[in-house]
Design a protein around this ligand. Structure first.
Ligand code: GLN
Length: 321
């Protein structure tokens, strides 16, 4: 009867709870890595916070630690901007325009843009991400912003807001992203004004979320675009697999291959310390811990998710029936 007890996920609630609590406890005192500091406001976020939130298909949330502490979503926003463009323009938009292949370069590489003249990127590196935002449809910057924040909020199941301090801090110091936006615009890769596209991208990176919110957002992807807590179909089921594929190949910067090798889970990290991972049909998980490894991924987040995935036997590439 384990299947019944676990609802559609096939996981029993008590085994999930135990796995989440054990992983949180195991890494609570791990103190390796460092906050991102190239965006000044991120350097100040307390590194003691550690939250782990896992959401299953029956809408149950299994969590431990500082799960309501908010922090800026950063690059995890890129997933949801890509989702909006897929919803508006079809998933093949990315095959034909921004690209879906890992660049093999750092996330804010300008050389990669030059090498491919802005094509052959993907929506999870800055060039592709800014082009993605620049392709969101709307009559004005305000209307595009409204589309973005409404979509993120539906994914999270609550109204999300911008962290104004982080937004200002990044807007004052994002000359490199402005250059990337202009270069992508020069290659004709999006119709929006590049200054507006980069600003909206930056604002989207500054949206405050908790691990609880990220768990919901990841779970919405894990269950075909339907938030299992609110029951709302936020995006179409048909667009989710392509999005997960891009996360699988490029979600954790230059360690995306290592992450996939270890977990099999499509994931996405942000330099604010957030990390999401998706076990399709099983769970979505979100974690928060600011200290990053050299690749820019949250150390405690990666460890906790890897442990939970191993304990529950949910690596999607190991489902042999
Ligand atoms: N806003 C950050 C930037 O563009 C996002 C980067 C990240 O989380 N990797 O630099």
């Amino acid at each position: 009867m384990a299947g019944l007890a676990g609802g559609l996920t096939g996981l029993s609630a008590s085994s999930v709870d135990t796995a989440v609590r054990a992983a949180h406890a195991r890494y609570l005192t791990l103190n390796e890595g460092a906050n991102a500091d190239y965006i000044p406001a991120l350097a100040k976020v307390p590194s003691k916070f550690f939250g782990v939130s896992l959401v299953t298909g029956d809408g149950k949330i299994h969590e431990a630690g500082d799960t309501t502490e908010v922090f800026s979503i950063q690059s995890i926003s890129k997933v949801f901007n890509a989702a909006i463009v897929m919803e508006q323009s079809g998933k093949d938009f990315f095959l034909n325009n921004v690209g879906v292949d890992a660049t093999g370069r750092v996330f804010n590489s300008i050389e990669a843009i030059e090498q491919y003249k802005g094509k052959e990127m993907n929506p999870l590196v800055n060039a592709g991400a800014i082009a993605t935002v620049g392709n969101i449809k709307g009559k004005s910057a305000e209307e595009v912003w409204d589309t973005i924040i409404t979509f993120y909020s539906a994914m999270a199941g609550r109204k999300l807001e911008v962290n104004q301090e982080v937004y200002k801090s990044e807007a004052d110091t994002n000359q490199r992203n402005q250059a990337i936006g202009k270069l992508m615009s020069a290659y004709g890769l999006f119709p929006m004004d590049p200054g507006v596209a980069t600003d909206l991208y930056t604002k989207a990176c500054s949206v405050n979320v908790s691990s609880h919110d990220l768990g919901n957002m990841a779970a919405t992807l894990a269950f075909g675009g339907r938030n299992p807590v609110t029951g709302k179909q936020v995006m179409s089921r048909a667009n989710v697999p392509g999005l997960l594929a891009i996360m699988a190949t490029a979600g954790l910067y230059d360690d995306s291959g290592k992450w996939l090798f270890n977990t099999g889970l499509p994931g996405k990290s942000g330099v604010g310390g957030g990390l999401i991972a998706v076990a399709p049909g099983k769970f979505g998980i979100g974690t928060f811990s600011t200290k990053l490894d050299v690749a820019g991924n949250s150390i405690r987040g990666q460890r906790a998710i890897t442990d939970i995935n191993n304990t529950l036997g949910t690596n999607p590439l190991a489902q042999f029936g």
